[in-house]
Design a protein around this ligand. Sequence first.
Ligand code: GLU
Length: 439
Amino acid sequence: MTVVSRFAPSPTGLIHVGNLRTALFNYLVCRQLDGTFILRFDDTDRLRSSEKFVEQIKEDLDWAGIYWDRIEKQSERIEYYKDAAKRLKDKGLLYECFESPQELDLKRKKQLAMGKPPVYDRAALKLSEYQKKEFRDQRASHWRFKLDSQRVEWTDQIMGLVGVETGSVSDPVLIRGDGQFLYTLASVVDDISFKVNYVIRGADHVTNTATQIQLIDSLDGEVPKFAHHSLLVGPKGEPLSKRMSDFSLSEIRDYGIESAAIFSFMSCLGASASPNPSFEKRDIIANFKINNFGSNHTKFDFDLLKAHSKKYLANMPLSEISKYLRDLGVPTDVAPDFWEMAKENVSTRSDLISLWDLCVRGATAKISKDDKEFIKKCKELLPPKPRDRKSWQIWTDQIKSETNRSGKSLFLPLRLALTGKEDGPDMGKLFPLLQKIRM
Ligand code: GLU
């Protein structure tokens, strides 16, 4: 059986690393098994959904290298939800309720005060036809799915055997007072229609899964395989959303993280194996195993992602970066030497800007009082242009023999005079590229 999986964001905001993880897992499972990967926009909430976010999510996924085979929008499938609602009503499984949000809130508070779980009491089921008619004249009604009170179990591909007592869950609202179909119904109807047979999503959906399994059964659908991955937390275990930034993909891209690096990083974050993830998409797809992931919270540390991206850059062949270098103004004949010097010294592509600027315009020299004479001597010994890779060696050998300096006392002041910084690229590689020396 071929796999059909889906990523189903609500276009009510930007997608963040947590969403990317869900998208990626579904994508990897699909590609590994030559399946179909659906991008489904859960946009039945017309007020909060926007076309701007639909476009941004598509752009973000595309940037991350996650490509879909099919695209769907729930807002275009309302007829199917109406039909499913009718079938549920006919079976007596969808019932009309009239409580206002305030009344429901009061009920919940009372239950909690009495030490009871805040589960909907099904008062609406006890209303007579006459009472319902009276209510209808006064207020809008919403509709709840009547759960069958039992233990719903499934073998989760990550969590193992999971069981949820639906008796301790409120009957979910499937249709709101304003007629809007809610996620629980729309998602099930779509999963059945599109023959989705593998659902990978966050552990925050475990309870939904139990109710959705009952709903799928009620609509005579096939229950898919489920995998609920852990949620991401910050490096200290704090919720990601509590941080200053919730790491939207757009923000991560703007920071300069390489897309291949985030793809590789997220594909194995939280996995028990694979300390050295590959950057090769083909290998990542081939080696992906959902049961390598555990159900404990997974720490997301942006600094580690940055380091991974830096490592990716350091190994990047010139051909992959040459367009960027050209746009920066690096001449084609200089590009190989420039990249050779720069690649291990940049965290993001934009760091190349200042390195190229250093090559073209030089840096303001930093020279301490004690080094003034020394640097003056170095300047006198400066080899004339053109300089090549051996020039640095020749120059510093000469400085060594003419001054009494060697080691750090020679190299540090020289670096400071040439670059204005205490550390940076290998001077042997940088020196021949310096077009201007301002010491
Ligand atoms: N729109 C839902 C969400 O973003 C989809 C959940 C699911 O995968 O079923 O949480």
